[in-house]
Design a protein around this ligand. Structure first.
Ligand code: RB5
Length: 149
């Protein structure tokens, strides 16, 4: 459970810009604070330019949790998962969001900005933020993911 005192890092490219703005507003209305790593318009940009700074800031402990969005969600997820301390899960529905927290202890939610409705993205986000890692048998599996630390 991510409590509302936690600052949620959020970033997108142009393909996820509309969804980022929507989710950011929803988060702030729900009482969360956010740190926006851009992009700040729907002009074409390269997703690694926004995703690397966000992923690096979570990897080094400045932030605990993040949300990243590009058109498909894949480029953003691939970029973030280059960091040994990042576990970014690409989620298209609420069950995936629940599972990536319960089983993978994901610290970044990746969303496909061009493939799901905005309200669906918000439902996914709420599940992601309110579901805790299950631990137990999943701990040793998650511990085996990183190849450098
Ligand atoms: C941008 O057109 C698009 O390629 C990007 O948002 C993303 O889907 C990449 O994986």
């Amino acid at each position: 459970m991510i409590d509302s005192s936690t600052i949620i890092a959020i970033a997108s490219d142009h393909g996820g810009f509309e969804m980022k703005e929507f989710i950011k507003t929803k988060l702030e209305t729900a009482g969360y604070r956010t740190k926006d790593f851009g992009t700040h318009s729907d002009s074409s940009v390269d997703y690694p330019d926004m995703i690397h700074p966000l992923a690096e800031s979570i990897n080094n402990g400045d932030f605990e949790i993040g949300i990243i969005i590009c058109g498909s969600g894949n480029g953003a997820q691939m970029t973030a998962n280059k960091y040994s301390g990042i576990r970014a899960g690409l989620c298209w529905n609420e069950e995936q969001a629940m599972l990536t927290r319960l089983h993978n202890n994901a610290n970044i939610l990746a969303l496909p900005g061009r493939f799901i409705p905005l309200e669906q993205a918000w439902k996914i986000t709420r599940i992601f933020l309110t579901t805790d890692f299950e631990g137990g048998r999943h701990t040793k599996r998650v511990d085996k993911i990183a190849i450098n630390s």
